[in-house]
Design a protein around this ligand. Sequence first.
Ligand SMILES: Cc1ncc(COP(=O)(O)O)c(C=O)c1O
Length: 370
Amino acid sequence: MTRIPHDTSGEPNPLRTLTLDRLRRRTSMKWRTHPEDVLPLWVAEMDVPLAEPVVRTVTEAMELGDTGYPAGTAYAEALSAFARKRWDWDGLAVERTAIVPDVMLGVVEMLKLVTGYGDTVVVNPPVYPPFYDFVRHQDREVAEAPLGADARIDLDVLEDTFRRVTDGRRRAAYLLCSPHNPTGTVHTADELTAVAALAERYGVRVVADEIHAPLVLGDTRFVPYLSVPGGERGLSLMSASKAWNLAGLKAAVAVAGTGAADELARMPEEVGHGPSHVGILAHAAALRDGTAWLDALLDGLDTSRRLLADLLAERLPAVRHRPGDATYLAWLDCRALGLGDDPAVPFSNTAAWPSTPACRSAREERATPG
Ligand SMILES: Cc1ncc(COP(=O)(O)O)c(C=O)c1O
């Protein structure tokens, strides 16, 4: 296993480095929204020490008082080099990028460039819930093209939805989540090529949220949407925030395909004043110098993912689990437990579990020491 370069404890797994006491001193959403004994697993914050290049870069900025407005293209340059090395993609041209405050505000800006009020944005549920809120907040309609039972894009459903929402030559966009959150599904080159062909056929513009891309595990390959044939008219949002745990250091990059460069150029320059300058420095350092840390994290995530699968099979066999290839969230199907309409209640208080056989055995497992 790869070692964490700056960690002196000898622990190779960044997910195992910090104690609970230390984590509880954090003041972010994960650690302050609920009572101390509740861990909100929906908050995508990791329990890791930051990568050393990030800490060093931010510390130097603090020492220098380098906390002004952002300037330059260092983030896009680091991302472009990372894309070349990691995804074998040399199509991320710095001149076709723009910095944006974060991924979701970047999504909003991209949708503004390619749709107008009342137009429709297609999403693939189950998907990151803010996709709905942000789209509706800018007075666009949401149309759903659910993932198939295999958690992959159902191309027939997508085509039907594209046909319906563009009927009468109406404008529409497709907000693609790639890799998909929450399933962790990594779309293949063939799937993305088919998506691009459908988008072209129906004149639907694709905005790809690719925030989970650096988190792809094992031998699975991430394919950037803009790299597939027909993806040139797409726009993508990328960020180091998910993979390096930098959500509090706001920044992201919008990337245009060769056929969307003019549209990206229309984005008001002031949008680029929104990200934090320190955030940009941190994200660029992560992408440039934080790959050893990322590799150690990915090893650690793989270990956790296997451990969870083993424990579920052994102790909660009624719960179905399909490990995702690009996520640190686990998506569990607990329907067989019969936890009612609001499973959050029994999950935060086991005394409230119904007395079905599956729940009884789960409760007994929980009470068993070790
Ligand atoms: C798919 C997806 N997009 C966007 C975000 C949020 O990114 P940001 O904080 O950069 O807006 C998340 C956070 O978990 C996410 O999972």
